[in-house]
Design a protein. Structure first.
Length: 367
């Protein structure tokens, strides 16, 4: 029996590349790849058979003891299986982990004031398409944090939902990610688009999305440099529209476990929206009140992705409602023009009932 263990980086090197870049030959003729790859994860492979075409290959990914999840996952497969099949089994959800890299180019590297608490905002939603209000939400939250809290903003992320969401009017994930990237490329120096959720083949609950960011920022990158020789854990928080709080206060819409995880551990920054009674919603969420920040819209903006799609299906202009590069992208790819007949009879003020993500009846965005 042969048993070898190797270390590899979680973000820059996938399981597939580990198998591709290591080479060793056993007496049985089993061929693998080997080379120098750095910690902190471990890939273990074992062969128990002298017949290469039938030999079971046992692989495992192990996190060191310092990681809270202590994740250990194994997969057994014959060597005749393709690498992609093995990788899908390793990741557990059909994702190959081959292309994804966590975006961090605009993430603040050092705090200006080490006495403050670093804050990272995450906006989850369809972004089909992204609007100026989505971008304004981050700016309003940054102003609020600067003038009303002890937080220091270190970055912001847009996390588009995956195609598994199955929402009406949802453009393919690749288009929504591209539109989000176009919207922020020249408009911001601290906003980024993370495709981790969008690339998933299965629906990912908001609580797990926030866990993903917490892991990437506070576990992998160990928080942020305070500039005085120490590092601080970053406060991860959800950025959302007021309708999200309404659904969270409605019994049966969110699971109690997810609600406690999101509001208790991470908290949320809520942008007020016309026609939404936030006070009533907050009354039933008193246990989390200190972790819920309500931000008033001093200039009301009622644009939504739903209304943008309706305009497009009617052949109406959406110029100055969404970023110009996004308008151009939509025209080039002929998006949102497949339902013109039903749109001609639709109200220009659609109800909010189409918002939601699976059990979460409302998306975190103004949809």
């Amino acid at each position: 029996m042969l048993d070898r263990s190797y270390n590899f980086l979680p973000s820059s090197t996938s399981v597939r590349s580990c198998l591709r870049h290591r080479t060793f030959v056993t007496r049985a003729g089993l061929r693998h790849r080997q080379g120098a790859i750095a910690p902190p994860y471990t890939l273990s492979t074992s062969s128990h058979n002298t017949r290469c075409d039938k030999s079971p290959l046992s692989s495992a990914i192990r996190l060191p003891a310092s990681h809270s999840s202590h994740f250990v996952k194994k997969v057994n497969c014959t060597l005749t299986q393709t690498r992609s099949t093995a990788l899908q089994a390793l990741t557990g959800d059909g994702d190959t982990m081959d292309e994804y890299h966590f975006p961090e180019s605009r993430l603040k590297k050092k705090m200006d004031d080490p006495e403050k608490t670093p804050l990272l905002l995450i906006a989850c939603g369809s972004f089909s398409p992204i609007t100026f209000l989505h971008l304004r939400m981050f700016v309003m939250a940054a102003d609020y944090a600067k003038h009303n809290t002890d937080y220091e903003m270190v970055g912001g992320y847009l996390s588009p939902v995956s195609d598994a969401y199955k929402k009406q009017g949802l453009a393919p994930a690749e288009h929504r990610v591209a539109m989000c990237q176009l919207a922020i490329d020249k408009a911001s120096n601290w906003l980024m688009v993370d495709s981790w959720e969008a690339e998933k083949k299965d629906y990912t609950a908001t609580a797990k999305v926030l866990d993903h960011f917490d892991h990437e920022i506070n576990v992998v990158r160990k928080g942020i440099d305070c500039g005085n020789g120490t590092r601080k854990q970053v406060k991860i928080s959800l950025l959302a529209g007021a309708d999200l709080i309404q659904t969270m206060s409605t019994p049966g819409v969110w699971s109690e476990k997810d609600l406690d995880h999101i509001l208790g551990r991470y908290g949320t920054f809520i942008i007020e929206r016309s026609g939404t009674d936030i006070d009533e919603a907050l009354a039933s969420l008193q246990n989390y009140r200190e972790n819920i920040h309500v931000i008033q819209q001093l200039i009301q903006n009622d644009v939504s992705s739903t209304k943008i799609r309706l305009f497009l299906r009617r052949g109406m202009s959406v110029q100055y409602l969404i970023p110009a590069p996004v308008v151009e992208y939509i025209e080039q790819n002929r998006l949102y023009r497949d339902d013109a007949r039903s749109a001609s009879n639709a109200s220009i003020h659609p109800p909010d009932s189409d918002k939601g993500k699976a059990k979460e009846a409302s998306s975190a965005e103004p949809s």
